[in-house]
Ligand binder design. Structure first.
Ligand code: SF4
Length: 383
């Protein structure tokens, strides 16, 4: 990226494209001018709409491959500009507080795809934004059509990341080190270039997320445990769509889930928090509701109809399983330091992350055959 991006002072552009490096200072001034601190951004009632919008930005990026579909607020007003800038910041904080690379990668992809879509239609500010991400830019009228060219070095770096013949250098006209971005596939030259810019925007956002994750401390991340848990739940359901739900074998389950199952099977009276967690966790990782009800069959107060009704409520509402800090407070985390290497990881904040770590390790060692299927395991858990 150019080391010195062009100056952008128009607050509408900075709000419409809050990911711009030039927007960082603008966002800071919005915080200062409105007396908003990081703490109040997370908690103040009057900022709840901004948080909702920020949550949407993250959730949509996980749910949709074609980017975030949230329409831009009315950036002609102070409130609209503030909403855009701060919801972007809040979304980044939530994504980074998951400490989950799959979330930050999808969020960066979602924001970059959104940028690709709106930039290609933006006649007013396209040039200055393009120059933020590309070292140089040339435009000319060819047969009455505006056509952009970019330096070959930029194209060589970014083009190969995109699939399709258009993005191979031998297929692009070259003129003294300039690559011509002809219209193609129903897109004009600007839209083709916007597609290329998307690569840099995503890369820049991922770098910024990595830096921010280094700075986020545990107590700050814990204050975001609710939205973080909701995002992780969505990611888990998404993973279930992308991969076989049956992939989560019992060896992937976290100790807090195992201990709740074991205690219930032994007839112990697991507290309310433990029961709700077990049902929400079972729903999140795709365990059938009847099999989940079976976990409770050894409980001293077990009644199948009541249990099924209560669990059904949690399944229907897609409750987010509690995070590690909540479970610790409720006495539902059975591990101490040194008991489990995954739980010991400094960035382990949520039992769903435990499942992913396990699955990832399993994916890296395919020779390790999982001996028991989820179903077999669950049967054995219910004597
Ligand atoms: S650290 Fe978290 S994932 Fe591990 S057992 Fe405790 S609550 Fe569960």
């Amino acid at each position: 990226m150019p080391p010195h991006p062009p100056v952008i002072e128009d607050p509408r552009i900075l709000a419409r494209y809050p990911f711009l490096p030039q927007a960082v200072k603008h966002t800071r001034s919005i915080l200062e001018n409105n007396g908003v601190t990081m703490e109040s951004l997370l908690t103040d009632g009057w900022l709840s709409d901004i948080r909702r919008r920020g949550d949407l930005r993250v959730k949509e990026s996980i749910l949709h491959d074609d980017g975030i579909g949230v329409p831009t607020s009315d950036i002609s007003t102070d409130l609209g500009r503030m909403t855009e800038s701060l919801s972007f910041l809040y979304a980044m904080l939530v994504a980074c507080s998951t400490f989950e690379e799959r979330v930050t990668a999808r969020w960066a992809e979602g924001e970059a795809s959104r940028a690709d879509a709106i930039l290609g239609l933006d006649n007013e500010s396209f040039d200055i934004i393009a120059r933020t991400y590309i070292s140089n830019l040339r435009s000319e009228q060819i047969d009455g059509v505006l056509v952009y060219s970019i330096p070959m070095t930029d194209f060589i770096e970014l083009g190969p990341r995109i699939s399709g013949d258009y993005w191979r250098l031998p297929n692009r006209p070259l003129d003294h080190g300039w690559v011509t971005m002809n219209p193609h596939s129903g897109e004009n030259s600007k839209q083709r270039l916007a597609r290329l810019l998307k690569e840099r925007i995503r890369e820049d956002l991922r770098t910024r997320c990595d830096e921010r994750m280094e700075r986020i401390d545990e107590s700050f991340a814990e204050r975001l445990s609710e939205p973080v848990g909701a995002v992780l739940t969505i990611l888990q359901s998404r993973a279930k769509m992308d991969f076989n739900a049956g992939d989560a074998t019992r060896s992937d389950w976290p100790p807090c889930m195992e201990s709740a199952i074991a205690e219930l099977a032994m007839g112990e009276n697991v507290n309310h928090a433990g029961r709700v967690f077990l049902a929400a966790m079972s729903a999140a990782i795709g365990i059938d509701i009847d099999q989940c009800a079976g976990f409770f069959s050894g409980a001293p107060d077990f009644n199948l109809d009541t249990t099924r009704y209560q669990i059904g409520h949690i399944y229907d509402r897609e409750y987010t399983p509690a995070g590690c800090s909540r479970l610790k407070l409720d006495g539902r985390c059975p591990v101490s330091k040194g008991d489990d290497s995954i739980c010991d990881k400094p960035k382990m904040k949520h039992p769903l992350s435990y499942v992913w770590w396990k699955q990832r390790d399993r994916g890296q060692r395919p020779e390790e055959v999982q001996e028991e299927s989820t179903t077999q395991d669950m049967e054995s858990a219910n004597p």
